[in-house]
Ligand binder design. Sequence first.
Ligand SMILES: [Mg+2]
Length: 431
Amino acid sequence: MTDLTITDVRLTPILVADPPLLNTQGLHQPYTPRLIVEVVTADGVTGVGETYGDAKYLELARPFAERLTGRQVSDLNGLFAIADEVSVDDARVDNQVDVGGLRGVQTADKLRLSVVSGFEVACLDALGKALGLPVHALLGGKLRDSVEYSAYLFYKNADHPDGIPSEKDDWGAALDPAGVVAQARLFHERYGFESFKLKGGCFEPDQEIAAIKALAEAFPGKPLRLDPNGAWSVETSLKVAAELKDVLEYLEDPALGTPAMAEVAAKAGVPLATNMCVTTFAEIQEAFTTGAVQVVLSDHHYWGGLRNTQQLAAICRTFGVGVSMHSNTHLGISLAAMTHVAATVPNLHHACDSHYPWQSEDVLTERLTFRDGKVAVSDAPGLGVELDRAKVESLHQRWLDENYAHLRDRDDAAAMRVLDPEWVTPSVPRW
Ligand SMILES: [Mg+2]
């Protein structure tokens, strides 16, 4: 009889290389924090998960891990009860604008769910390995053999500013329409992506309109998206929508907050997507009943795991709202988890976002690959990935290194200040 009792839990914070990508808040740091979660069963089966690694997540993950020992990896509902027991300083985190993640207002609840997801994925991986079943089978079974992803285009500098040593990437700079198109061509050549999303909110809207028009010319008929992370007023959003409605698949979070999104949606003539105004179950009702969003970009990290993602998809289906996936800087464990759950969602009609091509480092023995813009759904037990302990250890050593200690909490505005000492996080709407 298989013994599914959890006998050990390992938490390993790491710093992974990240290119100098721009967003409306600033610049990606040269290294970004992630947390690797491992749960070990009495039979010696190890399951792996991954989530955000900033201090506020570690503070929650540590007491969470202590409570896991002795429980069953199959007790996924029990993870939410544990989350209720571990506390954070609500006053410290509530209602701050989430730094770096750009996923709406930060709350203690969202932090807790982001920690739950790391453990949920690790438990599902262990359970699948113990039973000889892939994670998608534990979620009801795959509906497709591969999952389509979009090219995630960024305005980007060629190099990180001088400060600490950083990894050199081979993407070059992209700071105007020609640079964005060149980057898109590279994405298409290297990975076969057939749809393209540009992270906007960095330059005057006219410049970003020009970039999308240049993409439409370079890739006629391909789905295009633009995401300024709520940087625009309703008026600016409508102006951009009028310019781009014939070429956009959807406009993502043009304005901040559900009422502003509803105002834009009523007149835009193009679907609106969000990973900022619908980020919790509590936010769904207002957004759906006011018609503020037509596509919800789920993210299993902050929605609380793969099963919550399926529940979100079912609610979207009920209301005739589309569903796809948001992505923040992540490694192969999370890409595997995203792919398993995406394979089980019937109403997934848009290519998912993934930062993965930007991550030159990983903690796996073998990186996941995109072919024709798609990741194959693994039928191997668990997630179908294997942790490379030497890589985890080396990225953990970087996290321990005092020279990098200031990067343990992601702060895109601080990273931008290394380049531009006058930089402050722009107030919203920026344009
Ligand atoms: Mg977004």
